[in-house]
Design a protein around this ligand. Structure first.
Ligand code: COA
Length: 159
């Protein structure tokens, strides 16, 4: 039976750390649905559709990846997608506390939904989308942290 996992996030923007989690998820599941959340509360730099388009471009070589937008509860998206697995990357103990809480609440709402945590590769353990945006805003080099297409989009957005 084919297994689909959902990898949700704000992806403002998608970084090499996210891509590493997606590549490793593809070793475990037949298909990975990258679900770009509206996350209005985070006041994202990029509009939701731009984040979707950038993620699609960054992941265009991965045929078993689908990138979609969503603006609602993750459990509702999981039901729509007939998916029973959520993948989340965990960088630190601090991440784990927040992630365990979300996984627990999602389980309360949808008991059959399982959240799988992948530890972030040590190379990307300190990375965050906020820090990438901040470095770019101050004219620092971000090419080591994001794909070239995303670096270009950030530069255009901030110029
Ligand atoms: N490498 C590098 N950075 C990583 C990473 C990795 N492997 N994994 C996460 N990050 C960073 C992200 O860049 C992001 O940085 P930022 O805070 O500076 O933007 C941060 O870790 C966490 O972001 P992300 O993984 O995108 O998650 P999020 O907290 O923005 O999104 C949702 C959380 C969208 C999954 C959650 O809010 C959700 O499910 N929303 C839908 C509504 C809902 O169902 N709510 C009820 C939940 S119980």
């Amino acid at each position: 039976m084919s297994k689909t996992a959902i990898y949700p996030g704000t992806f403002d923007p998608m970084t090499n750390g996210h891509i590493n989690i997606i590549q490793r998820s593809l070793e475990l599941f037949d298909k990975v649905v990258v679900a770009v959340a509206a996350s209005a509360g985070k006041s994202p730099l990029f509009e939701m559709q731009q984040r979707v388009d950038l993620a699609k471009q960054a992941l265009c070589t991965h045929q078993q990846v689908e990138v979609i937008a969503f603006d609602g509860l993750l459990v509702d998206l999981a039901r729509q997608q007939h998916a029973s697995i959520i993948v989340r990357g965990v960088r630190s103990i601090a991440d784990f506390e927040y992630e365990a809480q979300m996984a627990g609440m999602n389980r309360q709402m949808m008991p059959e939904l399982e959240t799988i945590f992948l530890t972030t590769h040590s190379q990307w353990a300190d990375l965050s989308s906020t820090l990438v945006r901040d470095i770019a805003r101050h004219h620092g080099k971000i090419s080591n942290f994001v794909p070239a297409i995303i670096e270009q989009a950030i530069m255009e957005k901030l110029s």
